[in-house]
Design a protein around this ligand. Structure first.
Ligand SMILES: [Fe+2]
Length: 212
């Protein structure tokens, strides 16, 4: 079958013994993530089928449109989970970044202080609804901004660099905390952040000077 993008493979994440997020939660979460990879592949294949003759027949247009409408949901569901698992550290992290890291500096320049940045990121994570809290870096000027993403796809900023991604769908914590205890999960999330990884994400999309 023709697929527009090739086939994505579900990645394996070496994560266990997190603080306050159980291995059972992770196992369930990995399976959900694999579902997004599968659905993304399936959509790309189906859309590819429509294009086989070089055009979409008028009578197939409604179905074709519906598949394309679902594409952003499945794609972002796949990609955001990869960012999320990647920015967690097996065995647990060290809490807030210590010393004068690039992230702290960027947070201070953008928000006045790391604590104000954190208060806003945590506040966004507590918003009612199903979605994500994401700290993005604007590659044009290195400034950070925090965003609420509804579902997986509504609210992402095109071209911005996701440097810290937190899943706040209930499936991310429901085995460990009651729905009303989302703040405890957010606290657990912070104690497991891999700040070295976050550091490596910073500035990676910023324009490099071109040699004359
Ligand atoms: Fe999730």
């Amino acid at each position: 079958m023709m697929s527009l993008t090739g086939t994505y493979k579900a990645r394996q994440f070496n994560l266990s013994n997190l603080q306050g997020i159980s291995d059972e939660t992770l196992e369930m979460h990995f399976k959900l993530y694999e579902g997004y990879v599968k659905e993304t592949n399936k959509l790309n294949e189906k859309i590819g089928e429509f294009l086989k003759g070089g055009k979409v027949d008028q009578e197939e247009f409604a179905e074709y449109s519906e598949l394309n409408r679902r594409l952003g949901f499945e794609y972002n569901g796949m990609v955001l989970h990869e960012y999320y698992f990647d920015n967690l550290k097996t065995g647990g992290g060290t809490g807030d970044p210590t010393g004068q890291t690039g992230f702290r500096k960027a947070a201070e320049e953008s928000f006045g202080s790391y604590d104000i940045w954190k208060a806003e990121f945590v506040g966004i994570g507590k918003m009612r609804g199903v979605g994500w809290a994401i700290c993005y870096e604007n590659p044009a000027n290195g400034r950070l901004s925090n965003h609420w993403i509804t579902l997986h796809e509504t609210g992402n900023v095109a071209g911005f660099n996701p440097v810290l991604v937190m899943d706040v769908w209930e499936h991310a914590f429901i085995l460990d905390y009651k729905p009303a205890d989302r703040p405890k999960y957010i606290e657990a999330f912070f104690s497991n952040i891999d700040w070295n990884l976050v550091e490596r994400r910073l500035h990676r999309l910023m324009a490099q000077p071109v040699a004359a």
